[in-house]
Design a protein around this ligand. Structure first.
Ligand SMILES: [Zn+2]
Length: 145
């Protein structure tokens, strides 16, 4: 009984946002929605590196009109969350899954220097810009037809 009470008290200390991270992460088998690598919840497991920490992410960024509704939320690792910004979620998932699998950048993120991290960010933004331009060209061609 006492133990139950202790647990309730502990849970009451958790914010609603943390609750949703726990639920979302569970739904995704604790794999990041973008890079697909394993994430950790900081109450459930000892956190090795902050890069593995599960966070809550808006699929469509709030600044782009994305809502706080459940359908617009996913659990994403700390690194993906910090890299995605307002990029298209589907494009980002494809790009980052390849990048992190090939380079192991996510596991090594904490060992990268600031300038190495900023190189990754720049490469990501360049690729996204290229994707956006291609989309524009496709759209304009469709109009011309
Ligand atoms: Zn991730």
């Amino acid at each position: 009984m006492e133990e139950t009470q202790t647990k309730v008290t502990k849970m009451e200390q958790l914010t609603p946002i943390y609750y949703s991270v726990v639920a979302l992460s569970g739904e995704q088998n604790h794999r990041c929605a973008y890079c697909q690598l394993h994430m950790k919840l900081h109450f459930a497991e000892p956190v090795l590196h902050v890069s593995q920490l599960a966070t809550r992410d808006h699929v469509m960024a709030r600044s782009h009109g994305g809502s706080d509704d459940w359908e617009n939320l996913v659990a994403a690792c700390h690194i993906c969350n910090s890299l995605k910004e307002t990029m298209d979620a589907y494009w980002f998932a494809k790009f980052i899954a390849r990048l992190f699998t090939w380079t192991k950048y996510r596991e090594q993120w904490h060992t990268l220097t600031e300038s190495e991290q900023s190189r990754v960010r720049k490469a990501l933004k360049r690729s996204y810009r290229r994707y956006q331009l291609q989309q524009q060209v496709r759209y304009q061609r469709a109009i011309v037809r």
